[in-house]
Ligand binder design. Structure first.
Ligand code: NAI
Length: 281
């Protein structure tokens, strides 16, 4: 029996890319799946059923259990609809992987309000819209749960031309740390990953055509961490953010330096300048 036998998992945006691999791996570990995908293009325009349906079909052919959901994560109604699909088909929810995402890359000087809003809506608001009803259901069920969000090095370390995406992804990291505290007394664990993989989202990278690199950076290298975090193997792991990709798994941490303390009075700018080396650590 798989380590997730009897568990129900929702993976948003699992009609392709990284999410599809998460879903296949969770299914192989025994979970019943809700395959959510709006089915649009990389920038979030359009939509359709074929992406989610194809993954459901793939899981069923392999002997697993899955249903499709086509709601957008970016609305409260969509989030509720995604939970409803899990409850209608399986009666409960144990695992939520917030993975859906889009890109509208531009430098800030060229970024219009629409490009800002669309990315914040799918990533940051989307995590709120789906997680809130699922979190409430997990509380009601009283059996705990595992929520895994998708952040990015773009937000945690910075990336040129992605202020909208980076802001959303850093916001998701903050959401993760705060909700982990709220989930603690209910046994609901909340973690995040910052993945790196070759998908349609990263297909423009120059190295994306190299065969060895393609294999190394295949999204299947990310899925085992999701299965681990979803399972009781990770029962004490919460409030963590993992870098994962290309075979590497590491923890990403916020660091506060020892700094410098002025014991009395208020710092002057000149004193800060004199101590800046110590403050930066
Ligand atoms: P992808 O474009 O292949 O997958 C994203 C999926 O989300 C698509 O199937 C898309 O249809 C779906 N989606 C988009 N908007 C949606 C909405 N409103 N509601 C429901 N589904 C929606 O891209 P990839 O690379 O698989 O990305 C997965 C996640 O990983 C995203 O959150 C992305 O930001 C994140 N990520 C990916 C990295 C990479 O190296 N590929 C790096 C860092 C983060």
């Amino acid at each position: 029996m798989g380590i997730l036998a009897g568990k129900v998992a929702i993976v948003t945006g699992s009609g392709g890319g990284i999410g599809r691999e998460h879903a296949l791996a969770l299914s192989a570990a025994g979970a019943a799946l809700v395959i959510n995908d709006l089915g649009g293009t990389r920038d979030g325009t359009g939509g359709g059923h074929s992406m989610a349906d194809a993954v459901v079909e793939e899981i069923r052919k392999a002997g697993g259990t899955a249903v499709a959901n086509y709601d957008s994560v970016a609305t409260v109604a969509g989030g509720q609809g995604i939970l409803k699909s899990a409850l209608d088909a399986f009666g409960r929810v144990d695992v939520l992987v917030n993975n859906a995402g889009i890109l509208r890359d531009k430098t800030l000087a060229k970024m219009e309000e629409g490009e800002w809003d669309a990315v914040i809506a799918v990533h940051l608001k989307g995590v709120y819209c789906v997680t809130r009803p699922v979190f409430q259901k997990m509380r009601e069920q009283t059996g705990g749960g595992s929520i895994i969000n998708t952040s990015s090095t773009s937000g945690l370390e910075g990336n040129f031309g992605q202020t909208n995406y980076g802001a959303a992804k850093a916001g998701i990291a903050g959401f993760t740390r705060c909700l982990a505290l709220e989930g603690q007394k209910f046994g609901i664990r909340v973690n995040a990953i910052a993945p790196v993989a070759l998908t349609r989202m990263t297909e423009d990278l120059p190295l994306a055509q190299n065969e060895a690199f393609k294999e190394r950076m295949h999204p299947r290298h990310i899925a085992p961490l999701i299965v681990y975090l979803a399972s009781d193997l990770a029962k004490d792991v919460t409030k963590k953010i993992f870098f994962v990709g290309g075979g590497q798994i590491s923890e990403m941490r916020m660091v506060r330096t020892q700094g410098a303390t002025k014991k009395e009075g208020v710092w002057t700018p000149d004193e800060i300048a004199a101590q800046i080396g110590t403050i930066l650590g």
